[in-house]
Ligand binder design. Structure first.
Ligand SMILES: Nc1nc2c(ncn2[C@@H]2O[C@H](COP(=O)(O)OP(=O)(O)OP(=O)(O)O)[C@@H](O)[C@H]2O)c(=O)[nH]1
Ligand SMILES: [Zn+2]
Length: 198
């Protein structure tokens, strides 16, 4: 997945968003002609497109590029995958870590593709529950493994900087398919993601 470079931004979208960010500057009481912020509407328009570029990405295609036949049928765990997303209610960041496990069913996948799939769904307007579910379903449908598990731990700026203003609450969401529905398998996964091994 190639991330966007500045010259690749859609000019029409950038122009429209630029106008909107200009209105926001005026709305907050700023002078949009002030030297330090004269280019801010364009910067913000590009930043917003960067943060939501997941809409243009195809997670299934990313996984299919690196699926290999292998008869390994133990649990594969990739933990502590950092993620940044935007809550769809306030368009403020929520961020944290994803932990993913799957049990292959004849095919393994390139390890780097798991964080890439996280980014495809995180770089959209999201709620943490749907983000968890999107990643889970995509891996389940594409890899068709014996089981798959996703846990996300995140903090939400809309609960920290504004609103209830709670600085120490984190949200955990999870989803389990196939063999991870069994308590023993699920516990093994939960034990592995709570170990300090890096
Ligand atoms: N379930 C869920 N809720 C979220 C997520 N991100 C933000 N929210 C919540 O979305 C809700 C929107 O509620 P509203 O009452 O419409 O918005 P609000 O008046 O700004 O609410 P407060 O944040 O309580 O001030 C809030 O309770 C947020 O905490 C998320 O990922 N999942
Ligand atoms: Zn929010």
């Amino acid at each position: 997945m190639a991330y966007k470079f500045f010259e690749e931004y859609n000019q029409e979208v950038t122009g429209k968003m630029k106008q909107s960010f200009q209105d926001i500057l005026v709305g907050v009481g700023e002078n949009p002609e002030r030297e330090g912020i004269v280019k801010t509407p364009e910067r913000a328009a590009k930043a917003m497109q960067f943060l939501t570029q997941g809409y243009e990405m195809d997670a299934e295609k990313i996984l299919k590029k690196a699926m290999f036949s292998e008869d390994y049928d133990e649990m594969v765990v990739v933990k502590d995958i950092e993620l940044y997303s935007l809550c769809e209610h306030h368009m403020l960041p929520f961020f944290g870590k994803a932990h993913i496990a799957y049990i292959p069913n004849g095919k393994i996948v390139g390890l780097s593709k798991l964080p890439r799939v996280v980014d495809v769904f995180a770089r959209r307007l999201q709620v943490q529950e749907r983000l968890t579910h999107d990643i889970l379903e995509c891996l389940n449908n594409t890899l068709q493994p014996q089981g798959v598990a996703v846990v996300i731990e995140a903090v939400h700026m809309c609960m920290m900087m504004r609103g209830v203003q709670k600085q120490n609450s984190a949200t955990t969401t999870s989803g389990f398919r196939g063999q991870f529905k069994e308590i023993e398998t699920r516990n093994e996964f939960l034990k592995l993601i709570s170990s300090d091994l890096k």
